[in-house]
Design a protein around this ligand. Structure first.
Ligand SMILES: Cc1cc2nc3c(=O)[nH]c(=O)nc-3n(C[C@H](O)[C@H](O)[C@H](O)COP(=O)(O)OP(=O)(O)OC[C@H]3O[C@@H](n4cnc5c(N)ncnc54)[C@H](O)[C@@H]3O)c2cc1C
Length: 278
């Protein structure tokens, strides 16, 4: 797997960023709350940005010691891009993300096309906003930039939350305990700690530990420079589509994740092989 060619802790200079517009028509909450957001991933950064613009004071806690460019392709559907546009990220998305022209289903053995749904501009026509494929590093970097620029935001790295106390009736009110033993209090705690969430159980009361299913997914990124040199693979870069090759008990998905703009040195295609019952 290739690593992304820029550290996403700062927004890469080639991504154009509009001035971040004020949210809620510039209105702020009458009561400014102390909010702890746990997890500086996609949801945590988005929550930080929007809550800060509403006038709340945010402490964003992230277990990782650095926010690195781990990840590959991620899909950003119109319900999300509508918000990202509102937050001034439209030009940045258009510059680095890829707008797939269609989703295409193919036979695994012959490559013949058995299904086709046009996407591209139809997403805007049908859903009011575009659908993108993007490298998670770019997506995360955009959100990190606007969250950092939001008023009253403090980001703490190396701050893994070990436990949460959600009861407002207890002395001090709701709190989180970090792995270091430090206890932090807040008016509101937002759990955005991803798929292996520590906080989810405090809300749902359910132990949602992942269960083995027997399925496995493998992921790889291929540099499109190599694909463009291959007469059979070239088409998958020149016409960006989301392609699914269907086979008995397994399938392969592929899509472009970095726009072929002059800004970017290394456009790439993300592949994911979903292998069932291995
Ligand atoms: C490093 C990384 C790479 C990913 N790459 C891809 C990808 O290539 N393609 C894809 O489709 N999806 C990827 N995902 C998953 C995808 O980002 C999320 O599933 C989706 O965006 C939902 O976002 P989320 O905010 O719920 O969680 P995430 O974006 O997963 O963010 C959760 C954050 O919470 C932090 N965290 C977790 N536990 C704690 C804790 N106890 N205390 C403090 N912080 C904590 C994590 O370090 C992480 O930064 C990746 C997630 C991560 C963390």
């Amino acid at each position: 797997m290739q690593h992304h060619p820029h550290p996403p802790s700062e927004l890469p200079t080639h991504i154009p960023l509009d001035k971040v517009p004020p949210l809620y028509g510039g209105h702020r909450a009458a009561l400014s709350l102390n909010v702890i957001v746990v997890g500086a991933g996609i949801g945590g950064l988005a929550a930080t940005h929007t809550l800060a613009h509403a006038g709340h004071r945010i402490t964003l806690l992230e277990s990782a010691s650095v926010l690195s460019d781990v990840g590959a392709g991620i899909q950003v559907s119109p319900n999300a891009t509508r918000l990202l546009h509102r937050w001034g990220l439209g030009p940045a998305l258009a510059a680095v993300a890829v707008e797939p022209a269609a989703i295409v289903f193919r036979r695994y053995d012959t490559g013949s096309r058995v299904g086709y749904t046009r996407w591209g501009t139809r997403m805007v026509e049908d859903h009011g906003s575009p659908y993108y494929h993007i490298h998670r590093g770019d997506y995360h970097a955009m959100l990190l930039r606007i969250a950092r620029a939001s008023p009253g935001v403090r980001i703490r790295l190396n701050a893994a939350v070990r436990d949460v106390q959600p009861d407002p009736a207890l002395p001090g009110g709701p709190s989180v305990t970090l792995a270091s033993g430090e206890v932090l209090y807040a008016d509101v705690i937002v759990g955005a700690d991803g798929i292996k969430s520590t906080l989810q159980r405090a809300v749902t009361g359910i132990d949602d530990t992942p269960m083995p299913t027997g399925d496995a997914a493998y992921r790889a990124i291929i540099c499109t420079d190599s694909m463009l040199q291959d007469p059979e693979l070239r088409q998958f870069v020149e016409t960006p589509e989301m392609t699914a090759w269907m086979a008995p008990r397994r399938h392969l998905m592929a899509y472009n994740i970095v726009s072929r703009t002059p800004f970017f040195k290394m456009p790439s295609t993300s592949l994911a092989l979903l292998d069932e019952k291995i």
